[in-house]
Ligand binder design. Sequence first.
Ligand code: SAM
Length: 200
Amino acid sequence: MTLTHSYKLIAPFYDAAVARLSAPARRASLANIPSPAGLDILIDGVGTGLDLPLLPAAHRYVGTDLVAAMLRRARARCAGLDCRLLQADSLALPFAANSFDVVVLHLIVAVVPRPELALAEAARVARPGARLLVLDKFLRTGSSAPLRRLLSPLAGRLATRLDVVFEEVLAQVPALVVKSDRPVLASGWFRSIVLEKRAR
Ligand SMILES: C[S@@+](CC[C@H](N)C(=O)[O-])C[C@H]1O[C@@H](n2cnc3c(N)ncnc32)[C@H](O)[C@@H]1O
């Protein structure tokens, strides 16, 4: 079973499982999109598009995801937005460097098998000074979390890794600095992190 297969199976049930629980954290994360109109914004791993109805119409959006069944559900949520969806891998984004003012990374960094590569790709396509909005589950540095570490190899093949330490990922992407980092769900296992790409 690959992530592509499992998200194809998960797609019809995803919203029922995730939408309500995640809505307040999404809203709070997306409030970090700067207000001047006309920004280029990437929704990386857009999934079924749960972020889309929460976005201001003032910007241009591109949503990417590896799985067509997830993107099909996102399409209806593009209504009223300047929004383009395309099938693409977060580990090899099909965009030139310095293309986006904001990159939204909700529940994608800990999902992919190589979080550091997903973050490096997001940093590559972000413009200097751009914001990257991360919302995901991360272990704290030094946390033993034996059950999560035990289950992570299986969970990582089916839906998401459980053993990702954000600080270890960030250390591999020196172009990014942390602007804020807040616990949002599950006693701080889920965090809302705002990153900024360093100006050259
Ligand atoms: C947990 S869902 C999150 C979806 C959405 N960002 C949200 O917040 O609801 C993870 C998404 O990542 C997608 N995905 C998994 N691996 C990917 C990859 N390598 N590149 C792009 N998308 C990927 C899945 O298809 C799925 O839609």
